[in-house]
Write a protein that binds this ligand. Structure first.
Ligand SMILES: Nc1ncnc2c1ncn2[C@@H]1O[C@H](COP(=O)(O)OP(=O)(O)O)[C@@H](O)[C@H]1O
Ligand SMILES: [Mg+2]
Length: 328
């Protein structure tokens, strides 16, 4: 449904020195600085897949979605979506896709959503009967009963986002591009938007590409993750696989029967993450886990022992903070 090959986007931004001299210099000799927002990324997404695009702010997620939806032209590389070249913006392409941006509004602030929706239906040539049916179905799925006849400004942020989703889905697109759809929503509203997307994907087999810098959105919805960092694609695979790639170790938590006296002596079992009066937590490379655990059981008097995977948020956070990425 979506194929991307060697896609890059370089923004040229004008730079000028400060002050009037800088402005004059800039006027005669414009200087540009190139920002590589997206660097040589390739991937393919099958029909009906729900894929999460994860990365910190400025990673290049929005730029990629803009190229996939034809809002901007790639600097190099190839994109195909639903059999179309997005940048050509054919009517038949626009009928097949939708783009929702969490921080942008399509619906008119002072009008009830219903008025805007009727206009959209006309723009997309949706027959009245189909419109009514679709509207009823989506209103129910989004729990927006009674909300669409009120001016948008009277709705809560979560309800507005849901109305935006409804508007974006009225023409039954096959491919949904959602850019930070839960941005700024409270926890409950985030959860209900997620729940809706899951149900929508299952019911209509729509292909959904979702960006977020909230890990929770992705873990809740997407089996497959594309991790983007400083414009590059650093991981494409299953959510579980992320652990193996970026966190090849486990946390071993041990509760001892006596207060700890010999801290030094504990270091042979693994790197000590934290230590309490009678409890200690080690970071142990996966391949050494069995040996470390059996040593602990044989040599220490313990009350309890547990082995955990590090939280995925932690793992990703560490990857992003590290700047450069070392993969295993
Ligand atoms: N229109 C633009 N002109 C110049 N630079 C831009 C423009 N849009 C985005 N950028 C830069 O490109 C990089 C990627 O931005 P963006 O795609 O918005 O990231 P994300 O959506 O992951 O937060 C950032 O460094 C950003 O400053
Ligand atoms: Mg963005």
């Amino acid at each position: 449904m979506v194929t991307v090959e060697g896609l890059s986007k370089i923004y040229n931004i004008a730079v000028k020195d400060a002050g009037i001299v800088g402005t004059l210099k800039h006027f005669w000799h414009r200087q540009y600085r190139a920002i590589a927002a997206v660097k040589d990324i390739s991937f393919a997404i099958a029909s009906g897949e729900m894929v999460g695009f994860l990365g910190p702010n400025g990673a290049g997620k929005t730029t990629t979605l803009k190229m996939l939806t034809g809002l901007i032209h790639p600097s190099s590389g190839h994109v195909q979506v639903a059999g179309h070249i997005p940048f050509q913006r054919d009517t038949s392409f626009l009928q097949k896709i939708t783009l929702v941006m969490g921080q942008k509004q399509q619906l008119i602030w002072d009008l009830p959503a219903l008025d805007s929706l009727k206009m959209n239906a006309a723009v997309y040539d949706i027959p009245d009967k189909v419109f009514k049916h679709r509207l009823g179905e989506l209103t129910e799925m989004l729990s927006l009963e009674g909300k669409l006849s009120q001016p948008m400004r009277k709705l809560s942020l979560g309800e507005r986002m849901k109305a935006e989703l409804l508007a974006a889905l009225l023409h039954q697109p096959q491919v949904l591009f959602l850019d930070e759809p839960t941005l700024g929503l409270d926890v409950n509203a985030q959860a209900s938007v997620r729940e809706f997307l899951r149900e929508y994907n299952q019911r209509y087999q729509a292909t959904i590409i979702l960006t977020s810098h909230y890990m929770a959105d992705i873990t809740a919805l997407c089996k497959r993750v594309l991790l983007i960092h400083e414009g590059g694609l650093i991981y494409d695979g299953s959510l579980e696989g992320l652990h193996n790639n970026f966190a090849p170790y486990r946390e071993v938590r041990v509760e001892l029967s006596q207060p700890i006296t010999d801290r030094e002596g504990l270091q042979k079992y693994g790197q000590i993450l934290n230590i309490d009066v009678q409890a200690v937590c080690f970071l142990v490379p996966r391949e050494k886990l069995t040996k470390a655990v059996s040593q602990i059981l044989a040599e220490l008097e313990i009350l309890d022992l547990s082995v955990n995977e590090p939280a995925i948020e932690e793992v990703i956070g560490r990857v992003f903070r590290a700047g450069s990425v070392e993969q295993n």
